[in-house]
Design a protein around this ligand. Sequence first.
Ligand code: DGL
Length: 264
Amino acid sequence: MLNKNAPIGVIDSGVGGLTVLKRLKELLPREHFIYLGDTARTPYGSRDESTVRSFVQQMLDYLEKQQVKLVVVACNTLSVLGIDTLQKGRLFPIVGMSKGAKLVLAASHNKNIGIFATEFTIKSHAHANAILTLNPEVNLVPQACPKIVPLIEGEAFGSAELTKVITDYAACMQDAGVDTIILACTHYPFIKKEIEQAVGPEVAVIDPAEQTALDTKTILMENNLLHDGVGRSKIVFTKDLERGKRLAARMFTVTDCEFKEVVL
Ligand code: DGL
């Protein structure tokens, strides 16, 4: 029996899912959260499927022991494994990242849409398939951005290296004439403003985290699992707790959060 007073688990390969936790905390301030970021083994996006599958099972095992009532997979690389496959054998509902198909189709006028994601997510074609299912006429420009996640994990904000990486990836999108880009990796909203600057004001940059938070609320309501008290957050990393704290502080107020390092 799931307990509505239990926490919601949130997972990512590292700090990226904090951009989703921000939206979850905003929409569901009464909920308790346990965020688990596998900072010891990030990035996942350039790894093979069996490795990523074994890592996600370890994270779900950890959260199962914490008796969570629901898990949000705040990572596109893990979500594209298929939430139905992750759900097998787990009693709590699992919510994946929104693929944002409706959002990008609503935002795009020229139906020329870019996808920024990890190599793993791009190879899965999950976002492309979701968008093409709703509108087979659109032109898609998928772009794997393997250089971004290590720079965000390494707090390289404002560095010449990160600026160059963003400029290079943005140039591919500008050359292709896209008017909308979906950020299909949860690390990228850390640099959403910089991406927006690089692609210019004509291009809409879409972060599907808010939609993911809305999806989470719907599942909680459907299962009668909404909590009605004061929400608390516990943030757990597998390495570099102090770095994790600084990155979390870029997303939300951390004074009321408990931080801890764990071994999976
Ligand atoms: N934040 C992750 C995502 O949304 C993965 C980054 C990585 O580990 O490569 O895909």
